[in-house]
Design a binder for this molecule. Structure first.
Ligand code: ADP
Ligand code: MG
Length: 399
């Protein structure tokens, strides 16, 4: 990982104005955030800067206003939630640049916090317009990016500002980058990757990138069906992308050449209908799936063998559930493998990093979210990182 500056590299910041990019795109219900995880994540950075005497200006987007003002998408909608989590009063500033911002900075005392309005109200944000970035930068002494989840976008507040002000990674960004580096950038080997979820087509780039980097590629979920079909297995009525079997074979060939072992399930849990505990549910060898059955989870023998694989590994990166975990008993493989990974992590033999919308939900369901080394809630940015892509917001910090 190329190096980047953190808050440790800041000198005396008393009275200085910090422009801090955070993710305040909170899910809302009846005018209140239904989940404040994103605010909790940036709290340490905000409070550290404030307590070190800076005037902290928060910069964020909220919804998709597409370059125009919408009262329902003002960041003032989340002011109360941010104040509750920080346990501080903050000043809402209905602009991102100009005299109103200048006057507000004059009113803020050292250690106070201001919240600028939705940066996506201005078209210069998503266009990454250099003049727009300079207009914001004129108010600040330095820039802190603590929004990894927005780092896959090259926007003015996520990328452009890093070029016009001294730039630092916030504490949450620092933690995320270190965890991701430990998982795939510069990992302790052997490395295992678990890739599951619904479809191969949504994760082709992830699979292509991983086969060149990990020693064990564990494929589960619906996408395992496509790989099994490519190996000549009759998967019955399972979710399967038959038009991608050639692609699946190419990925397995590439893995072979790279010295990466691909693990496909050899037993599976099947049913005739996708419902909770259906009467037709049974476990069988992959070669015994009937024409009217669907593979909905990896089987118990395969899960045990996969647990043994994890025991030989030092690092695990996980995206995608092993089965249709939302419905019992098709959560068994995901829960069981997650608990094995969590136990190995707690024993100190495994570094475990996971991410993805449904993956985070599945690991919470398994009750292991606290026991993994790191769980990324970054969604799109996490997947692009797993695809091996350079994230513009990170690249600008590490330049
Ligand atoms: P993430 O959001 O973590 O990246 P995905 O969105 O790729 O994960 O995949 C999650 C979805 O995959 C879940 O809704 C789950 O029910 C589905 N899934 C997993 N295994 C199967 C299967 N064997 N058949 C059908 N759907 C599956
Ligand atoms: Mg998903």
């Amino acid at each position: 990982m190329s190096s980047f500056n953190t808050l440790d590299d800041l000198g005396d910041i008393t009275g200085k104005v910090a422009l801090v990019r955070v993710d305040l795109n909170l899910p809302m219900q009846e005018g209140r955030a239904s989940d404040v995880t994103r605010v909790e994540a940036v709290k340490p950075t905000i409070l550290e800067l404030a307590d070190r005497g800076a005037k902290v200006l928060l910069l964020a987007h909220f919804g998709r206003p597409k370059g125009a003002r919408h009262s329902t998408m003002s960041t003032s909608m989340v002011q109360g939630d941010v104040e509750r989590v920080l346990d501080r009063e903050i000043m809402f500033i209905p602009e991102v640049m100009g005299p109103v911002v200048e006057q507000s900075i004059g009113i803020l005392r050292d250690g106070d916090i201001g919240l600028l309005d939705n940066v996506r109200f201005w078209p210069g944000e998503e266009a990454n317009d250099a003049e727009f970035a300079k207009g914001i930068a004129a108010h600040g002494d330095f820039y802190v990016n603590d929004a990894f989840s927005a780092a896959h976008r090259a926007h003015a507040s996520t990328e452009g500002l890093a070029h016009v002000l001294p730039a630092y990674a916030g504490r949450a960004m620092e933690k995320e980058l270190k965890a991701l580096d430990a998982a795939l950038g510069n990992p302790q080997t052997p490395v295992a990757a678990v890739v599951g979820g619904a479809k191969v087509s949504t994760k082709l780039d992830v699979l292509e990138n991983l086969v060149g980097k990990v020693q064990h590629l564990i494929i589960g979920g619906g996408m395992a069906n496509t790989f099994l079909a490519a190996r000549g297995v009759d998967v019955g009525k399972s979710l399967c992308e038959h038009d991608l079997t050639a692609t699946a074979n190419a990925i397995m060939d590439k893995a072979d050449h790279a010295g990466c072992t691909v693990h496909l399930p050899y037993d599976v849990t099947v049913a005739k209908e996708f419902a909770a505990n259906p009467p037709s549910v049974r476990t069988c060898n992959v070669h015994e799936v009937a024409g009217d059955e669907m593979i909905l989870d990896v089987g118990p023998l395969a899960v045990e063998a996969l647990g043994d694989v994890l025991k030989t590994c030092r690092t695990l990166v996980w995206n995608g559930p092993m089965g249709a975990f939302e419905i019992e008993p098709f959560d068994n493989a995901t829960v069981s493998l997650a608990r094995t990974a969590a136990a190995l992590t707690q024993d100190g033999s495994l570094i475990s990093v996971a991410g993805g919308g449904d993956t985070v939900a599945a690991l919470n369901h398994a009750g292991v979210a606290e026991d993994f080394t790191y769980i990324s809630t970054a969604g799109g940015a996490f997947l692009e990182w797993m695809e091996g892509k350079a994230l513009p917001g990170v690249a600008a910090l590490t330049a």
